[in-house]
Ligand binder design. Sequence first.
Ligand SMILES: Cc1cc2nc3c(=O)[nH]c(=O)nc-3n(C[C@H](O)[C@H](O)[C@H](O)COP(=O)(O)OP(=O)(O)OC[C@H]3O[C@@H](n4cnc5c(N)ncnc54)[C@H](O)[C@@H]3O)c2cc1C
Length: 372
Amino acid sequence: MNKQYEVGIIGGGIIGQSIAYHLAKEGVSVLVLESHKIGTGATSAAAGMLGANSELEKNDAFYQFAKESQRLYHSLQYELSERSQINIGLVDKGMYKIAMNDDEADSLKEAASYYKSVEWHEKEMVLEHESTLSTSIKGALYIKEDGHVSPLHVCAAFSKSASLLGATILENSPVHAIKKTSKNGYTLSTPRADFSVNKVVIANGVWSGHFFKQLGVNAGMKPVKGECLSVKSSEISLEKTIFYDHCYIVPKGDGRIVIGATMVEDDWSTAPTIGGIQSLIEKITPIMPSIASSQLHETWSGLRPQSHDGKPYIGQHPNGEHIYFATGHYRNGILLAPKTGEMVRDLILGRQQNEDYINTFSIVRPQLQAMR
Ligand SMILES: Cc1cc2nc3c(=O)[nH]c(=O)nc-3n(C[C@H](O)[C@H](O)[C@H](O)COP(=O)(O)OP(=O)(O)OC[C@H]3O[C@@H](n4cnc5c(N)ncnc54)[C@H](O)[C@@H]3O)c2cc1C
């Protein structure tokens, strides 16, 4: 007879692992079922930017959620390192959002006048800090709070810590079906065995969409493929992340410089293309000419899970079933993982929730209807 788990989480990416950790810390018995290896989905492709200010522009509930999540990383780096002995690679040196012409400079200066956490730096000041940038830049918005982490290390640290707290984490275990077995129970079927759980969390990234119809929700989910490359160069010394027109250059602690990422809608293919990598090089070289002579290290790609409006689905099934969604984190799943873990933990434990977050992330928010 199989053990009965309180919560079964489908998907072992950064979102599933954060939820597992936050629940295991409260003594909840947790099972994570992962199709392949932990962290091999979008999580392994991410650059790890914590871009609350650079990615999200409005001062709304989504932005507040992202800021809370960004802040949580400061305590998590110590907490997770103590539990798992894994360093999550938090780098807190900020980001430069570059202007290459007067119009871009004007709109970034305007942003600097609205928001307290950002400031405009003239070209000379930017070049004083980052001397490998091109002298043809106009200046940059300095966003001091947008650092970065190592996504695979965060995922591994959540996973190991959850496991040390008693969670069961099974790789090579794709869930093919979710069956309701009783008033308070479900069976998760995998090729190796069936597992009994009281509650289910759908956290399998872009593949979550495969369960939506089966579970009676009419929510959108499509892949947005992102391609990246990394280079190594002794000529480039970079401290801050550089951001320009949805592309970025991220200096990693291990000496790699990560350049990303393309945005290819509705493409399920998993290998990077020559055209995609070429487009990144063309966009980045005018900002940092020395990239052209650096050594190519690696290329890769991943599938961002995009909901109908670009915000994640986090919340309980609309029928009150003991099924929870934590998916659709699109371009910002690494940034949003800590707060998503906390929110799903609190929903499952019946703790009070921020109503704005419930409404913003509901899987049946406006424009969507349950298929009942
Ligand atoms: C190129 C690129 C760059 C990015 N850069 C950033 C960044 O800088 N900052 C940021 O915040 N975000 C970034 N993102 C977005 C971020 O990577 C994602 O939002 C995040 O990884 C989503 O995590 P997840 O756990 O929901 O999904 P995933 O990491 O995709 O994990 C889902 C897991 O579920 C498993 N699975 C699928 N189906 C099943 C099943 N039936 N049964 C069991 N397991 C299953 C998969 O194998 C996978 O491991 C980037 C994404 C890409 C592609």
